[in-house]
Design a binder for this molecule. Structure first.
Ligand SMILES: NC(=O)c1ccc[n+]([C@@H]2O[C@H](COP(=O)([O-])OP(=O)(O)OC[C@H]3O[C@@H](n4cnc5c(N)ncnc54)[C@H](O)[C@@H]3O)[C@@H](O)[C@H]2O)c1
Length: 325
């Protein structure tokens, strides 16, 4: 935590799945946070979620009791938007993924906050330029896209809208670093930005391979978790090309690119599950079925593994910052 952090106030608007963890990370980095939601119940759930997240980090030795208490003391809650934005230096918006809702909210925030205050959106897919459409100061609107669970995944995307200023991009990027995240700068306001595009490109091939009977879905998950994902967390594709031999890499790329799936139609699987109300752990069934206690067990197991991986990152700082390698 830096001294300047305590004087730089953050407003987190929307306190659902993402807003809670985001407020937690800013507060743990020393920033005073005003967390806003329209309903008291949402705020209560968010504060409980933050405490549970922190207890997990404490159990695994990544957070001290006193630091956790101090971070929670930095978070104040409000139901009122102008109250949340009063005195804020940076705003993180986390309301549902609906363009009309975000456009209305940004127009209102644009009026409430002085023009030098950065307004960031955590949209997963909406164009930043569109989110900023009804603001008078679109140069201070930027994408700041976190990955779920936001208190554990290091990557954040800082996304330039058509009218986002260089100053807004730089300040947001440096803020992301200051809170311990691994930011990347996305310079084009393209659908899915970078993270989701890479993810869906891989999923397209995943479902194609399953459909033609090349491999079962279960084995494809092993291929990603035990092979590619495992290695990619240490060396990316360009670094790997050098290690494996650029000539070999060039030959494989030339052979395979023309053979990869170009399906434009998504697999029926997800639409079928949605039609059946199988929405995943939140409805007790999705791709898989979940019995009593399964969801808590699965979430705890996932978080424990991610936390263990954070410990690996701490042991090897160059994984986060290649300039240290
Ligand atoms: N859930 C994810 O995995 C994930 C990952 C990355 C980004 N995102 C993005 O983050 C944003 C929030 O997603 P989430 O999953 O936290 O949603 P969520 O539904 O869990 O939470 C949204 C919260 O915003 C509140 N809200 C609705 N309208 C509001 C308004 N006008 N003002 C203030 N609060 C309002 C809702 O009551 C709710 O508590 C979305 O844009 C989503 O695409 C989500």
């Amino acid at each position: 935590m830096t001294d300047s952090a305590s004087a730089f106030r953050i407003a987190v608007v929307g306190a659902g799945t993402m807003g809670a963890g985001i407020a937690q990370i800013f507060a743990q980095a020393g920033y005073p946070v005003r967390l806003q939601a329209r309903m008291c119940e949402t705020l209560d759930v968010a504060l409980r979620r933050i405490r549970v997240n922190q207890e997990e980090l404490i159990r695994h030795g990544l957070l001290g009791d006193a630091d956790a208490d101090a971070a929670r003391a930095r978070i104040t809650v409000t139901r009122n938007l102008s109250d949340a934005l009063a005195g804020a230096h940076f705003v993180s918006e986390n309301v549902p993924e609906r363009l009309d809702v975000k456009q209305r909210l940004f127009a209102e925030m644009d009026q409430l906050a002085p023009p030098e205050i950065i307004l960031s959106t955590n949209t997963s897919s909406l164009p930043i330029t569109q989110v900023a459409r009804d603001t008078k100061n679109p140069e201070r609107v930027v994408g700041f896209h976190w990955f779920n669970p936001p208190h554990l995944i290091p990557l954040v995307e800082v996304i330039r809208g058509d009218r986002t200023s260089n100053g807004t991009m730089d300040a947001t990027y440096h803020l992301a670093k200051a809170i311990g995240k691994s930011p990347i700068q996305v310079q084009k306001d393209i659908p899915g930005f970078v993270g989701n595009r890479l993810q869906r490109a891989l999923e397209r091939e995943f479902f194609y391979l399953e459909r033609i009977g090349a491999c079962s879905g279960a084995d494809l998950e092993i291929a990603l978790k035990q092979g590619l994902g495992f290695r990619w967390s240490v060396v990316g594709p360009l670094e790997h090309a050098d290690l494996a031999g650029v000539d070999t890499h060039a030959a494989t790329v030339a052979l395979l690119f023309p053979l990869l799936s170009t399906d434009a139609t998504p697999p029926a699987l997800f639409a079928d599950l949605v039609a059946k109300g199988r929405l995943g752990v939140k409805t007790g069934a999705g791709v898989y079925d979940y019995g009593p206690g399964d969801v808590d067990r699965i979430l705890t197991r996932r978080n424990t593994m991610l936390i263990d991986f954070i410990k690996v990152l701490k042991k090897h700082p160059s994984l986060r910052d290649p300039s240290l390698g």
